[in-house]
Structures are given as structure tokens and as C-alpha cells.
Design a protein around this ligand. Sequence first.
Ligand SMILES: Nc1ncnc2c1ncn2[C@@H]1O[C@H](COP(=O)(O)OP(=O)(O)OP(=O)(O)O)[C@@H](O)[C@H]1O
Ligand SMILES: [Mg+2]
Length: 283
Amino acid sequence: MAEPPVRELRDVSVAFRSGDGVRTVLRDLQLTLSAGEWVALVGRNGSGKSTLARVLAGLLPVSKGEMISRGRAAIVFQQPEAQIIGETVYEDVSFGLENLAVPTEQMPGRVQAALAAVGLDRPAEAPVHPLSGGQKQLLAVAGNLVLEPALLVFDEATSMLDPSSRHRLLHLSRRLAQEGACIVWVTQWMEELAFADRVVALADGTVVFDGPPDAFFYEGACEALGFDPPYAVRAALALAQAGIDLGRVLTVEALTEAIARAVTCGVAACGADAASGSREGCR
Ligand SMILES: Nc1ncnc2c1ncn2[C@@H]1O[C@H](COP(=O)(O)OP(=O)(O)OP(=O)(O)O)[C@@H](O)[C@H]1O
Ligand SMILES: [Mg+2]
């Protein structure tokens, strides 16, 4: 039997008081998040992504409707400063474990594993204060990872990381999803959607798309939202318009493979004509 969802939002709205009025930021959301899913959450600035992220993590109550929660959530924010609690690397990562009453003898092993997973190359006894912004962000990820949450939300958490750290976290989060966690990855980077099982797009506090990344890019939702598809998708769309159908590729690697296949097939198909220089019969 399938596991029950990690989070179920039923008709959820969130409103904030502003001045003498009320501003509705999320409207009548229906959303089910399951164990093992890697979900990209996208939308323009102010569309409600961070508000939804905080609701999912249990940090913000809903104004209307209900959210059914199963399992612990953790969230990594864009800015590391607000998330750092300890004075040393060890203190910071182990803080949450103390709250969960994890036996003291298990802590060093779990802390070391979390630091190794995020690739933070600092000793456990190192002070937090002199770490760079990116290193603090990796520390914040380790502090959440170590809690082994059922739901892990990254709210534009990689925006200040260098490409290799960003890639490392993308692959790490994919592995966590394979191991059964639900990952919600808030991003403005369309290239990162290639990692997603599912894309949820918000506009003005409502879900305007919920489906696989290839449908998001190849059925118009991406442009409708005001985002440019990644290079590989734009190239494949342009080639399709010129009559060369490479399928719904999402990455440069997949595009390259599809082109290589098409070229090889093309040569094989017109091999007989190649000697005579005729292209007749080529698709
Ligand atoms: N505490 C609050 N009080 C009043 N309004 C708020 C509050 N938090 C968020 N909002 C408003 O809700 C709307 C959605 O904000 P939110 O931060 O969820 O958007 P976002 O999609 O994460 O945007 P960004 O891409 O810029 O991070 C914004 O218009 C914001 O001003
Ligand atoms: Mg935000």
C-alpha cells in the first residue's frame, strides 16, 4: 500500500494584515506532497513561494483550510545568518539533535556525516563567526540534514553558493529523495528543474502548474510564467520548428546525445546516397 502523503493542503489560504486591510497571499491551495518526491517550487517574485515554504515547514499557520502533516520538516533559508545558532561548527549542527533528545554518544557520528555530506571542509571545533556566507549556508544545510526530516525545504538556499557546492546539494537532495525524504526546492533557476520529479508553479498565490518538468517547458507554462526555458530546451524547440524533432530534452547532455543520435541515424539512412552526394531520402 502507498505511504500516506507527507503534507496535504486542503483549501489553504494565508492572509496578512497590512495597514487597515488584509492581504491574501496564498489562495485555496490544494497540494499533496509524497515521500520520495523531489518537487521544484517556482514563481515570480512575490508569488508566495516563501510563504508556502514556511507553511509546509510548520512555521506559519494557515488562515483558512487545513494542512495535514506527517513527519518532521526542516527548512533552509536563503540567508544563512538567521539560521546559525551555535558558536562552533559542532555546536551548531548538534543543536537540533539535542532538541530531539538524541543520545549524546550518537551525536559526533551524525554531525560528522552531515558535514561530510554537504562538503563543509572545516573541523567540528572551528568557530562559526569567520566562515564565509557560502560556508555558513552549508553549515545551515548540515544542521537541517542531521535531523533526518521527512520533508526538507530549500528556499532558494543555493543562491549564494559556488557552482560546485550548488551541484553537490542538488545531488545530495536527489539522493535523500531516493531514500524516501520529500524535497521541496524553491528556485528561480530553470536549469535546476531538470532534477525535479514534479514542478509546482505559483502565480499570485495560486497553483498555475503542477506536473513534470518536460510538460512545464514544452507545453508553454514556463513562458506563461515569464521565465526563459534553459538553453537545451530553447535549442530543442528551435530545432523542432526547423523540422528536427529531438524529443523533450531538458539538459545540454541530453540535447547533445539526441543530436548525436540524429546525426548518426541521418548518415545511416542516407548512406547509399552519400557517395553520390545526394541528400534525397534524408529525413
Ligand atoms: N509577514 C508578512 N506580512 C505581510 N505581507 C507579507 C508577509 N510575508 C509575505 N508577505 C507578502 O506576501 C507576498 C508573497 O511573499 P513571498 O515572500 O511568499 O513571495 P516569494 O514568491 O517567496 O518571493 P521572492 O521570489 O521574492 O522570494 C509578497 O507580496 C509579500 O509582500
Ligand atoms: Mg521567497
